[in-house]
Design a protein around this ligand. Structure first.
Ligand code: HEC
Length: 396
């Protein structure tokens, strides 16, 4: 019965949308696209964009119905051409990463052709089924679920705000953690989050983004959670224009996935620049030499940074240079980049970082600064590697 209704409803909607579309606009824009929304574009946007661009999701508009998607054609073209969506922001062909969103060049081409070729809906009989925002833990039920201590209220007049919550774990012994996830209470406003250990905030357990599956440590490695640890959960809330002027509430939950006690502890190894000021110019170079053999599992820029392009190379003791990553740190999109294979760094290797700052316009996001955005006069640019001693992280 329910399915029957679903089949009928979108069909009606698409007919209305079609009538609407041909009334305005399409007379000016001839249809040149051989791809249609119903047959070609929908499956791509559902799989590549639909976890955020869905009703009640974090993105400003849904892309999983024709009527919602086609008015955004020009914007979709712009974002795809700029490589901004789906959000990843690291250059292809440098390094290989486990959590890179999968989107094929062919898929981008299909959406671009459709967006610039008159956005045809296609056969109404092929109108896609309704897509509903999934509200579940992508990795399955965590072993420990910790709701935030209180409901957060975002007043009608506030559109962006960062909040810190202290979440006691009540664990009685030290635990190893293979993954930490966050389940938003109100997905439409939970824009970015970090989960760290309160007593050692440089130990970031999770850099959370909407629509991304958590990544678990592999090969007998894990993050370390001291007994009775308190978590520091920092959430950046943001309303899209749809929710402007509305009071919203959220009560997200943190989920912990444990690893065996014998797991090797992942440590943070930080490379930091001297404080960046106007006088530093637009190019800040810094490096650090590693004094033991390690394997790096992941790398992430300071989640408070934005508007910096980072170029990170590893220079082995024999002088061989390996590009590690090139990443444009865009506001609200910092993430942990998990190497496809652990990156071996031998004792004596030098990690070299070049940070291109827009005329010293290194921004500290609200997650770090009390005011909306501040140029980082005097803050360092920091990059953290998650490392384990070499050899412990054996073959897959
Ligand atoms: C991880 C979640 C996520 C995914 C996946 C994603 N988007 Fe977005 N998108 C957003 C958010 C959030 C914004 C709002 C801008 C911001 O907060 O940075 C946005 C903004 C946009 C905009 C600009 C809207 C405007 O205001 O002009 C377009 C266009 C867009 N996305 C298209 C896409 C397309 C096409 C895909 C798939 C190929 C995609 N996005 C995948 C989250 C996502």
């Amino acid at each position: 019965m329910r399915e029957h209704l679903h089949a009928v409803l979108p069909f009606g909607l698409v007919l209305i949308a079609l009538a609407f579309a041909s009334e305005r606009g399409e007379a000016h824009k001839p249809i040149t696209s051989k791809y249609t929304y119903n047959d070609d574009v929908f499956p791509i946007v559902r799989d590549r964009c639909g976890r955020c661009h869905v009703a009640d999701g974090i993105a400003p508009m849904s892309l999983v119905t024709y009527k919602d998607a086609y008015p955004w054609a020009e914007s979709i073209r712009g974002e795809l051409v700029a490589g901004h969506m789906p959000p990843w922001n690291a250059e292809d062909n440098i390094g290989a990463f486990r959590n890179r969103p999968a989107i094929a060049a062919r898929e981008i081409d299909t959406v671009l052709t459709w967006a610039t070729g008159g956005t045809p809906a296609g056969n109404p009989l092929h109108a896609p089924p309704e897509v509903i925002l999934k509200r579940e833990w992508p990795m399955g039920m965590p072993e420990l679920v910790l709701p935030l201590p209180a409901e957060f209220e975002m007043p009608a007049g506030t559109s962006e705000e960062t909040r810190e919550f202290t979440v006691p774990t009540h664990t009685t012994e030290a635990r190893r953690v293979r993954a930490v996830d966050l389940l938003p209470g109100t997905p439409a406003i939970v824009r970015h989050a970090t989960v760290a250990i309160r007593s050692a905030p440089e130990n970031v357990l999770a850099v959370w983004l909407p629509g991304e599956d958590p990544v678990a440590t592999t090969n007998g490695t894990a993050f370390w959670l001291p007994a009775g640890a308190e978590l520091l959960v920092r959430i950046h809330y943001k309303k899209s224009y749809k929710y402007e002027g509305r009071a919203m509430t959220d009560r997200s939950a943190v989920g912990l996935y444990f690893a065996p006690a014998a797991a090797t502890q992942v440590r943070s190894w930080i490379v930091a620049s001297p404080p960046v000021t106007e006088a530093s110019g637009d190019r800040v170079s810094f490096n650090r030499v590693i004094d033991e053999d390690v394997e790096a599992l992941a790398v992430y820029p300071d989640p408070a940074l934005a508007n910096v392009a980072l170029q990170i190379d590893a220079v082995a003791p024999d002088g061989v240079r390996t590009p590690v990553i090139r990443v444009a740190v865009r506001p609200g999109w910092t993430r942990r980049y998990w190497f496809e294979r652990p990156l071996a760094l031998h004792r004596g290797s030098r990690i070299e970082v070049v940070a291109l700052v827009n005329g010293a316009d290194v921004l500290l996001l609200p997650s770090a600064a009390p005011t909306p955005r501040q140029p980082a006069t005097g803050s360092p640019v920091r990059v953290t590697f998650d490392v384990v001693p070499a050899q412990t992280n054996g073959p897959k």
